[in-house]
Write a protein that binds this ligand. Sequence first.
Ligand SMILES: Nc1nc2c(c(=O)[nH]1)N[C@H]1C(S)=C(S)[C@@H](COP(=O)(O)OP(=O)(O)OC[C@H]3O[C@@H](n4cnc5c(N)ncnc54)[C@H](O)[C@@H]3O)O[C@H]1N2
Ligand code: MOO
Length: 399
Amino acid sequence: MMTTVQEAEKLILAQLRDYSTENMGFEQALGRVLAEPIKADRDLPPFNRVTMDGIAINYAAIEKGISTFKIKATQAAGDEPAAIEELDECIEIMTGAVMPASVNTVIRYEDVEIRAGLASLHTRDIKPGQNLHLQGADKKDGDTLALPGQLITPAIISLAASVGKAHLLVKNVPRVVIISSGDELVDVHQTPSPYQIRKSNSYTVKAVLRLHGLKPDIIHIPDDPEVTRQQIQQCLQNYDVLLLSGGISMGKFDYIPQALEDLQVKKVFHKVAQRPGKPFWFGRHQSGILVFAFPGNPVATFMCLHKYFLTWLSATLGLAEQAPLYAVLDSDFSFQPPLQYFLQVKLQSNAQGLLMAKPIEGNGSGDFANLADTDAFLELPLERNDFRKGEVLRVLRFD
Ligand SMILES: Nc1nc2c(c(=O)[nH]1)N[C@H]1C(S)=C(S)[C@@H](COP(=O)(O)OP(=O)(O)OC[C@H]3O[C@@H](n4cnc5c(N)ncnc54)[C@H](O)[C@@H]3O)O[C@H]1N2
Ligand code: MOO
């Protein structure tokens, strides 16, 4: 019996690793996983903050029917607070300024006319304490703003900046090498012969990994058993994870499985009941190094990378688990082989707020152009062959 998708996922998740932590400049930490809490170093906001440009008055003046105020001072954001002495005085005040103790209400410029040092009100609709963002309303000094295991998004960068954390402790990421193979492949800047193609998978994988904070290296191995063995041996000395693309099916020049076996990389499984990506091979070296050997067809590599490697990476880094995503199949679809099919779909939210998945199948797992026309795989369970319009199915998003 071939390994199922669920078994494969389980076997991979039984191989989580701990790559420790590192301290880095907070700006560089975007996309990494936080390994310490971020706490407020003062109340947020740290003082009663004015939220509109205008004049600040004491509300008691409104209760007394005063509607014209002498401008006593002008206070910008960042200035020390000014003060009034009489109820018929006001302070011209700017957004972001500290609210002075002698006033409590801000009236925006739009509701005031200012002439010859006097501010006259245009409105009666004034509430005590309006246009103020009170000290500590958002968070109190010492409150936790972000937790270990959170992805460092732009919002987390903003929090780090606001509490003066120029460095953040983040989870270390594995050192990854992407290995492509095959004499039919030439590099991007080269011109392929009529029988060759340019290698693209390595760059696809690298681009996806970079989005997740990894800085993988790329190497290419020619179809030669001895060179294959030597190169993989070197990789086993220098990296935590080897991501291979190609050279693992039944081809006469697929030397990789043998080389891995010779180098004591133990197979955990080979072949998964799925399409694309059936020849997927996964193994581990006794040192703990993991080898994800993805089938070379571009869509197979792409799907396996998202389904298996990124799932493993998130779990290894302790990233809080994401709720599964579902979508509605928008036309009938049949798939006969006894494999779990990862159907390429275009997702679109409809007017009822449902996420609809439109199949755009493409021409099999060699059709990488189709990936640009789609944004997810819909996971069609192994047990069934016929799927109906309106069914809700799990989605593996890659856009
Ligand atoms: N007799 C059998 N043949 C094949 C089987 C099988 O079960 N029995 N499985 C098929 C499936 S499914 C796939 S997927 C492929 C996987 O083969 P490999 O992992 O050995 O990959 P290659 O043969 O090296 O390459 C397949 C295909 O992809 C192109 N390729 C490879 N690397 C890259 C790259 N870096 N960038 C762009 N394109 C790449 C390569 O040129 C081939 O066209 O095996 C089937 N055969
Ligand atoms: O994995 Mo293969 O991708 O079915 O062509």
